[in-house]
Design a protein around this ligand. Sequence first.
Ligand code: SUG
Length: 419
Amino acid sequence: MSVREINFDGLVGPSHNYAGLSLGNLASSRNAGAVSHPRAAALQGIEKMRGNLRLGLAQGIFLPQWRPDGAWLATLGTDISNADPHVRAAAMSASSMWAANAATVSPAADTADGRIHLTVANLVTMAHRSHEWPQTLAQLRLAFSDTRAFAVHGPIPAPFGDEGAANHMRLSDSHGAPGVEVFVYGQSGGPFPARQHVEASKAVARIHGLDPARTLFVQQSQEAIAAGAFHNDVVAVANERVLFTHEQAFADKQAFYASLRTLLPSVEIVEVPASAVSLADAIKSYLFNAQLATLPDGTMALILPSEAQTVPAVWTWLEQMIAGNGPIRRLIPVDVRQSMANGGGPACLRLRVVADPKDIDPRFLVDEARLDEIARIVSDYWPETIAPDDLSDTRLIARIEQSWLSLVDHLQLSGDLMP
Ligand code: SUG
């Protein structure tokens, strides 16, 4: 069995738009009302996946969800023609593209029954994301249907907010070795909602059968949430034995680092000091919302948003880091600007699964030829632009539905995923 890390990227859906729906996500608020470019957004995401393949990484894909979500609107006693504008926008959101919020994943080496466990995130804090989980769960149950290898769990019940892998890190000597799983949660009281609740994190750890002695629950700092770090993956990222983090990411970093060093003596903590990069610059540049990946030659690369190059303090610090002798050896900027304008960087767009690719439904794995086909469908069908007022336009809605049908039909998933 050959276990490796596979990144599943969420393909940007044809309804991608800027409705300003996420309080506490500064980019989403700043760009509210702007004209979006769904076709360019999806093509940017496809190029990112292509880049990963060319680096020798394994790549999977999750499909956009059916929008508008008529089933959800029906539970609210309405439909797309009659819904209030903010409810209509929530029903149209393409937010499932941020696959880091699809689920929390525990690799087989960490779980009591030796299977890979996935719990779909309930995303209850934000209305527009709270209705993602049923369609996400349907895809997880298809992609990871082999119950000898995988256990896929339903959502943690409300009111305990769970935002999935965006608040979960795993450190280990190698992907296949037993790891330390770190669940980062927020505490309410600041200007913005804390979207990950500790009760949800603890429930996920129990359901996955994790060893309590190798599981940490770490509080995110209030300052980080107040500065716009609505998920931990905006201020920290881990890969194998490396933790790359902002100095102010955690409420009690000394206690966290000490536990980590005890549980994983080989850990390397690369901390960016606030004196070099402020929290504000970290959030503007999203330098931590990067894929920290182990390349086939064993070195690590940081696949980060191109915005990081435009914030001088950030780029200067990163260049110094690369010039030194640390574990991160390469910087690879990628253009995901359409997603970034809604607060989603390279790390938000992907869910990491450590598994044997042979155990996964091949319809959810991609190579370059398959990406070419998907790019062709996107170019043929995805709307070029969406302005906020377009969300009530029946022609746009018909086009979004047609785009989705063409894609799932081409990928031979229509029988399984039709709403
Ligand atoms: O949940 N933005 C997403 C961005 C998610 C980023 N994911 C991670 N950090 N892992 C969110 O806030 C904006 C949608 C809008 O305003 O139209 C949005 O949902």
